[in-house]
Design a protein around this ligand. Structure first.
Ligand SMILES: N[C@@H](CCC(=O)N[C@@H](CS)C(=O)NCC(=O)O)C(=O)O
Length: 206
């Protein structure tokens, strides 16, 4: 059985968990905070969460994990079969992950953990995140899902990465990141009610 290491509060842990629920997989959750301790570094070289264990082998990085799940359990696919459509879904996923969430994440300590951030850092981050949002909205299909007609990988990153970036934006910029993007806002609402995501949310609140 697959073991999923990390904490339920993590958006990336939640994303991988939702992917496994979507695929109907049996898995065991193992509480493992992000640390630089040897056992955790063996699972995840940067000490981050999540990581998974399959037959004594570890994989970290959410995209690598979902890529493994996709190939090992292709029955319920999270990427389109068509190569071009699959590449477009991944392109969108990467812009969400790198240009919106990773950019916003710089302000996570200040937004949620009592840290501080200079006005300059807040302003440069705001500009970068807004630029990322424009790129994402250029690629996002919303018909009805992020990358097209079927639910998939880009929806998981929309929900979990955009959700975090939006929370950071509200706190640090005093604005709603999604205000200018009503279709993405609407998709976020739809995704929140999806069975896999709703289950992950309910279990994280326990
Ligand atoms: N690129 C990684 C990012 C994982 C990540 O940033 N995880 C956060 C929690 S959501 C973490 O472990 N933070 C603790 C740290 O950076 O030490 C992925 O996609 O899995």
């Amino acid at each position: 059985m697959i073991k999923l290491y990390g904490l339920r509060m993590s958006n990336y842990y939640s994303l991988v968990k939702a992917a496994m629920i979507e695929k109907g997989l049996d898995f065991e959750e193992v509480k493992a905070p992000p640390t630089q301790k040897e056992d955790n570094l063996a699972r995840s070289p940067m000490g981050k969460m999540p990581s998974i264990e399959i037959d004594g082998q570890y994989i970290s990085e959410s995209l690598a994990i979902v890529s493994y799940l996709e190939r090992a359990h292709p029955e319920t696919s999270l990427l389109p079969a068509d190569p071009l459509e699959a590449a477009k879904a991944l392109e969108l996923t990467l812009h969400i992950k790198l240009d919106v969430e990773l950019a916003a994440r710089r302000l996570l300590p200040a937004a949620m953990f009592g840290g501080s951030a200079s006005d300059e850092l807040i302003e440069t981050t705001r500009q970068e995140v807004n630029r990322g949002m424009q790129a994402v909205s250029q690629l996002m299909v919303c018909k009805p899902y992020a990358a097209g007609a079927e639910f998939g990988l880009a929806d998981l990153y929309t929900y979990y990465s955009m959700g975090l970036a939006s929370a950071i934006g509200q706190k640090m910029f005093g604005t709603e990141l999604l205000a200018d993007y009503p279709q993405i806002s609407e998709l976020m609402g739809t995704l929140a009610t999806r069975r896999s995501i709703a289950q992950v949310t309910a279990e994280a609140a326990k």
